[in-house]
Write a protein that binds this ligand. Structure first.
Ligand SMILES: *Cc1c(COP(=O)(O)O)cnc(C)c1O
Length: 217
């Protein structure tokens, strides 16, 4: 697959759902990809990218930013508290706000730095013990707590369990966002972004379908 093909599929899925494709941000997830592949996608004009790890993002994006205008970098991986400041300096959006301690650290650093990336709250819709994210039962309270801290919460994010029908999780996430007055929905990856678009995704995170398989190591 290429970026052009993925964009065509995004447009088709949006059209089928009666949605404007311009309201769906395609985040090209470049984690663990060789720089030459990322550079090709930048050269084709794409500007929205996603990384999982602060350290990896710090290693490649300052250089790309110095060479390409208008990059939007999304952090989509679990965030350790001690990397919060660096994450906020690097990223335009953080999709993985998942605990009160992190929310408080972001609020404090936003005060100090005078700016804050767009934020999404990660929800563990499948209630998987090994997965990050607030539990569905705690979402409303956590959204309210983040708002009390003046955090710019754009919406909710989820990664459905591998063995389950993702549409059920996308629908649940959309319902939780709507009842909290949130319009952003970060959901959908290479295997299921069309279903996510049908259920209201505003940010889809697509890696291997754009770049090819991740090179291990
Ligand atoms: C790696 C990753 C993606 C992209 O996965 P693909 O299946 O390669 O599209 C999306 N979201 C998160 C949180 C990821 O870690």
């Amino acid at each position: 697959m290429s970026l052009t093909e993925i964009k065509a599929r995004v447009d088709a899925a949006a059209q089928k759902a009666g949605r404007d494709p311009d309201e769906i941000a395609l985040i090209a997830v470049s984690k663990v990809q060789p720089n030459d592949r990322v550079q090709k996608v930048l050269e084709s004009g794409h500007r929205s990218f996603g990384e999982n790890k602060v350290q990896e993002a710090a290693g490649k994006w300052p250089d790309f930013r110095s060479r390409f205008e208008g990059i939007a970098l999304h952090l989509i991986g679990p965030l350790q508290s001690n990397k919060t400041r660096q994450a906020m300096q690097l990223a335009d959006a953080i999709h993985t706000v998942d605990r009160p301690k992190l929310a408080k650290a972001i609020a404090r650093i936003a005060q100090e730095e005078g700016k804050c990336p767009d934020l999404f709250i990660q929800v563990n819709t499948g209630e998987e013990p090994q997965k990050a994210g607030v539990l569905p039962a705690d979402v409303d309270t956590f959204v309210a707590d983040c708002r009390a801290l003046d955090l710019p919460i754009l919406g909710l994010m989820c990664i459905p369990p591998v063995e389950e029908e993702p549409a059920l999780h996308f629908a649940l996430l959309a319902k939780m966002a709507a009842r909290n007055g949130l319009t952003g929905l970060s959901m959908g990856m290479s295997a299921d972004f069309e279903s996510a678009i049908a259920l209201g995704a505003t940010h889809i995170r697509v890696g291997s379908a754009i770049f090819g398989d991740r090179v291990p190591g």
